[in-house]
Design a protein around this ligand. Structure first.
Ligand SMILES: [Zn+2]
Length: 409
């Protein structure tokens, strides 16, 4: 075998397991695997928890780490967009590359083995950021899988020239067609347009969707009905969807049933949405998050993701998905006894489903992407915020770290 974890904790109610890896895949998972690996390639997990790789299902690489260049003083979405639009034309390729590499390193250090990156372009900034992300996808292919979304942040119909750029982005090699109906001339027209492009290239879709504190002007129902009409069930994701949190319960539940029937995955982005949302509330400030519990209970595939790191939209963050999970516990009322266990899958298997990863999971024959955590119970994987001791991408150790406290008492 190329690599073996001895006596790892995969579940809290089963025995400890040996996990053997060969040719980038999990080759054997059993209480005792007789095979051996080369010296240094057998890791004594000694009861520590092994989980499949974390999946960052919604992230912007090219605008990370710019919060000090032009601060967002009001903390509103409007100022975040304005500040970032002013900065974007100043980004050089070297600059984007350096900041994106910092993000990718943080992701890997914290156990992410996949990331879906929304890479944007528009006529004013051209393809500089987008092309850089595509190049990094190739360069990092053995370290972290990057799915690239062609993302028209400034709208398509209201920003002439972006339509041609969208098609060009797909030809350049984008994996997913992006959309942002709330930032365009007409949401329905926008949705029609991106569906046509997705059909032409036979690609999945991922929308920035209904990012608002209030429920007016939502287009999620249009999107869900269109998804079903196109036979695109299971191929569409939406990020934010905060407006759904402002809808009364009967209508909300109707929309949730529609989302379930359309097989639309929802990415909750709490680090951003809590920061930008509710800014007009002087008291009783709203949480302005998509209703994660109701979506989960309604059978919708729900994920948690980072969105932005240290910019005008989210002026903090370190690429640690377990911290995002921890943030969601109180913010989404997921801290209860039965709820906590439903959170880790939002960072792993649910995200894999949204990204349609066929070879994902801690099972024989699947890609050997996994993380050894410095904790003894799977149930504590989030609340311990454990050290990521070993991170493995397709059978190869890509990061190792230790955190040991020396007590003076
Ligand atoms: Zn985003």
């Amino acid at each position: 075998m190329d690599l073996i974890f001895r006596q790892a904790r995969l579940s809290d109610d089963g025995p400890l397991m040996d996990v053997a890896i060969e040719n980038g895949r999990f080759a054997a998972i059993a209480p005792k695997v007789a095979a051996s690996a080369a010296p240094g390639q057998e890791i004594d997990a000694a009861g520590r928890v092994l989980i499949p790789g974390l999946i960052e299902s919604h992230l912007h690489l090219e605008k990370a780490f710019v919060k000090d260049r032009k601060p967002n003083r009001s903390g509103t979405l409007m100022e975040a967009i304005a500040v970032t639009a002013a900065l974007k034309p100043t980004f050089t390729r070297e600059d984007i590359e350096e900041r994106s590499r910092r993000v990718l390193k943080l992701l890997v250090a914290h156990g992410s083995t996949h990331v879906r990156a929304h890479a944007e372009f528009d006529p004013s900034q051209g393809f500089t950021g987008f092309d850089t992300v595509l190049d990094l996808k190739r360069e990092y292919r053995d370290v972290i899988d990057i799915q690239v979304v062609a993302f028209p942040q400034e709208g398509i119909l209201k920003t002439p020239g972006t339509d041609k750029m969208m098609a060009q982005a797909m030809r350049k090699g984008a994996d997913v067609v992006g959309g942002i109906p709330y930032n365009d001339r007409d949401a329905r027209e926008h949705i029609d347009w991106v569906f046509k492009l997705a059909r032409e290239f036979d690609k999945d879709l991922d929308f920035h969707q209904d990012f608002k504190d209030d429920a007016d002007a939502m287009s999620i129902e249009i999107l869900a009905r269109r998804t079903i009409a196109e036979g695109y069930q299971g191929r569409v994701s939406v990020g934010h969807l905060t407006a759904l949190g402002a809808v009364d319960v009967p209508r909300r539940d109707e929309i949730i049933a529609l989302l379930r029937d359309a097989g639309i995955s929802v990415m909750c982005l709490p680090a951003t949405d809590l920061h930008l949302g509710g800014r007009k509330d002087a008291y009783n400030v709203r949480r302005t998050l998509t209703p994660v519990r109701a979506l989960r209970d309604g059978g919708v595939n729900v994920c948690l993701a980072t969105n932005n790191i240290r910019n005008a939209f989210t002026p903090y963050g370190n690429g640690d998905l377990l911290q995002i999970g921890m943030l969601a516990l109180p913010a989404c009322h997921l801290g209860g006894a039965d709820d906590q266990a439903t959170v880790l899958p939002m960072l792993t298997t649910h995200a894999a489903k949204a990204l349609r990863l066929a070879n994902y999971g801690l099972e024989t024959g699947k890609d050997a992407d996994c993380v050894l955590l410095d904790t003894r119970r799977v149930a504590d994987a989030i609340i311990d915020l454990p050290n990521r001791d070993v991170v493995v991408k397709r059978g190869r150790i890509v990061a190792r770290s230790t955190s040991k406290t020396e007590f003076a008492f």
